[in-house]
Ligand binder design. Structure first.
Ligand code: GLY
Length: 423
């Protein structure tokens, strides 16, 4: 008998997880809560308040779930995994204490530094004068971060000292970020391309996943505002699994040891954001969950059983799982609502998804969609669909992804045109 799996979340990442789990030989049934119209094609969607630990655990018990996979950070920070562990239901994801590595930049820097993993200098403080002194000590470009989760708006890179002091005042004096900005982290600027590497952790061991490159800015040429991510591809030349293997020893294992020593054995996905400096890789930040939309290209490349891997993370045995990868390249193009990442309309009818999904090598992951009154597919978020294509190389995957993306239309639809263009 295979496993009964519950995926928590409702975005493109969760559709990719549900889709891959549904195709895993070790999995009999996948339920998604609350899910979206895409996850509904892989198994039932059930309603739940994903940030209510007791509600998630009750649902898991009612549905006789063998493994809960928590997608987004908010349920992790709310303690969903703590409650599941208390009820002895295997869960993929860190406890609230572990998720603090994403929820507090000061905690993350403290763990990085104490672990001995390479990272830049920093000062975490609630005192304006101490923050000002740190700005002068590190010099420009100046990096000022609100300590807590600030909806992606809490990080400022400033060219001038005055601007950096203003960023400190925004957080500590004017309270622009509320409680999230009651402490700031002033950091040494790290120069180089940003990379992210994902590790599936089981408390003391880690399996690294095939790296992907994402595109954070809204417009072509990395112009425009920061977004959750407008596309991704894998493999990345010069940044393959072999290229990142040394990060297991350099970054992941020391950080896992440090967390375990603090009584926080870290299980689930550890997302390490790094900067490739001339002095080698330096840790920039952590997230406590899979990247979105990187997951939408990494999971189609995974050849082995995702259910076994995520279950091994939950029960402490990732070293026993053989993880294998297809040779294929995968590209995903995000189709977004007009205006995203700022204000946008919802409820707009979407055309062409079925035709696009029928093209060779193409899978459409739903992110911000819902069903209208007559069952028609409508927009329901900023990032709406992730048009994903496999190919024998990145160029072929890219052509397929864009051809499929351009069969899908709605009023105001926007996308970048340069995802994976320079590979
Ligand atoms: N794509 C970036 C993130 O998931 O944070």
């Amino acid at each position: 008998m295979g496993r009964n799996v519950l995926v928590i979340g409702a975005g493109g990442r969760e559709h990719a997880l549900t889709w891959r789990l549904a195709a895993s030989p070790s999995v009999d049934r996948v339920v998604t809560a609350p899910g979206n119209p895409g996850t509904a094609e892989c198994g039932p969607n059930l309603p739940v308040d994903a940030t209510d630990p007791a509600a998630v655990a009750d649902l898991a018990e009612r549905e006789s779930i063998d493994l809960v996979v928590v997608g987004p950070e908010a349920p992790l920070v709310a303690g969903v995994v703590d409650e599941l562990q208390r009820r002895e239901i295997p869960a993929f994801g860190p406890t609230a204490a572990g998720a603090h590595i994403e929820g507090s930049k000061a905690f993350a820097k403290d763990v990085m530094e104490a672990s001995g993993a390479p990272t830049g200098g920093y000062v975490a403080t609630s005192e304006r004068d101490e923050a000002y002194d740190a700005l002068d000590r590190f010099g420009g470009p100046y990096v000022v971060k609100a300590d807590g989760l600030a909806a992606g708006k809490g990080v400022r890179i400033c060219a001038s000292r005055d601007e950096a002091r203003d960023a400190v005042d925004d957080a500590l004096v004017r309270g622009v970020f509320g409680h999230a900005g009651s402490r700031v982290v002033v950091e040494q600027f790290l120069l180089g391309p940003e990379r992210s590497v994902f590790g599936v952790c089981d408390g003391d061991d880690v399996v690294l996943l095939a790296p992907a490159q994402d595109y954070k800015r809204a417009l072509d040429g990395d112009e425009g505002l920061n977004t959750g991510g407008m596309g991704a591809y894998t493999p990345v030349p010069g940044f393959t699994l072999d290229d990142v293997d040394h990060l297991r020893e350099l970054v992941f294992l020391p950080v896992l040891r440090e967390l375990a020593d603090r009584g926080v054995p870290y299980r689930g996905l550890l997302y390490a954001g790094l900067v490739d400096t001339i002095d080698g890789p330096q840790l920039l930040e952590f997230n406590a969950r899979f990247g979105d939309p990187e997951t939408q290209v990494i999971l189609p490349k995974l050849a082995s059983d995702l259910g076994d891997l995520l279950h091994a993370s939950a029960v402490g045995s990732v070293g026993d799982v053989e993880v294998t990868w297809h040779d294929d390249a995968v590209v995903t193009v995000v189709l977004a609502s007009g205006g995203y990442p700022e204000g946008y309309a919802t409820g707009i009818e979407i055309a062409g998804v079925d035709e696009a999904a029928g093209a060779p090598g193409v899978t459409i992951f739903h992110a911000g969609t819902s069903r209208g009154a007559d069952g028609q597919l409508v927009t329901a978020g900023g990032r709406v669909l992730n048009v994903t294509a496999r190919g024998s190389d990145v160029a072929e995957a890219r052509v397929r992804a864009y051809a499929a993306a351009d069969r899908i239309s709605w009023d105001g639809r926007q996308r970048r045109g340069d995802i994976a263009a320079r590979v």
